[in-house]
Every structure is written in structure tokens, then in C-alpha cells.
Write a protein that binds this ligand. Sequence first.
Ligand code: HEC
Length: 132
Amino acid sequence: MTSTKLLTIGLITLCTGLLGCERQVSYTEDIQPMLFASCLQCHDKNSEGYETSGFSLDSYDTVMQGTKFGKVVVAGSSESSTLYLVVAHKTAPEIHMPPHHEDALAEGRGISWTDEQIETLKLWIDQGALDN
Ligand code: HEC
């Protein structure tokens, strides 16, 4: 193995493992469009999810306010953030989001996020959940 190859492997390892050279996620460009597309219909004022949980997704501020029981985003820690846990299916099945009960599925509302979408949300929270 040449030293150039070794150096390349070393840099890749450093980048993915230690430094996390991932892109900066933007709330406005990446997160809000995903939330609006699959969550807002139930988490807007006067809708089903809002009535039950008090959680409105219509602006950055309401996302950060959380539900009537407390915050769902802990800036810097996706693993402590309910918002991430419910879409990544790391909670009790009853609160997976979007809910995949039959009515929601029949209306095409219950489709889970792709791994890439889930990863983007995770990154945004881990990068500090900025209003960027
Ligand atoms: C079909 C309507 C519907 C859709 C779509 C929906 N939700 Fe919900 N959501 C609800 C309801 C109803 C609750 C209250 C559940 C409960 O507490 O039993 C809830 C609760 C929540 C909670 C609070 C969970 C808790 O117990 O603290 C979060 C966070 C949440 N939703 C996020 C999302 C996200 C993110 C999306 C989009 C990926 C989404 N929801 C899509 C209906 C919906």
C-alpha cells in the first residue's frame, strides 16, 4: 500500500469518525419542508395532533416550544429529543410519527420518513437545532 493511499484512508476515517465533516443542515431549507409535507396537516392549530398533544409545527418557535407536556427538541442531543425518536421509530409504536393507524394510511398520510430524512433531522438536532 502506498503512503498516499494510507493517507487517504486516514483522512476518511478522521472525517467520518471523529470530526464529523457532514454538511450543515438548514431548518428553513431542509427541515421545515419535510415537517410541512408530512406532519403539518395534523400539527397545525385546530387539527388532530395539535388538539391531543398541543404540538404545532407551523414555525420554528412552536417546534422548539414542544407539546403541552414539554419540549420535544433538546438542542445538540437527538437521542434525548422526542421529535427525533418518534420519526425514527424509537418510541412506543402508538406514538410513531406520522401515525400509521389505518385511517391515516388509507388517506396516504401515514408514510414513514426515509432513512435519509430521519438522518437529516438527527443531524439538524445534533448540530444545535438552529433557526438557520
Ligand atoms: C394523522 C395525524 C398526524 C400526523 C400526520 C402526525 N402526527 Fe404527530 N401526533 C398526532 C397525534 C394524534 C398525537 C398525540 C399522540 C398521543 O399523545 O397519543 C401526536 C403527537 C406527536 C408528538 C408528541 C409525542 C409525545 O407523546 O410527546 C410529536 C413529537 C409528534 N406528534 C410529531 C410528529 C411529526 C414529526 C410528524 C411528521 C413526521 C407527525 N407528528 C405527524 C397526529 C399526527
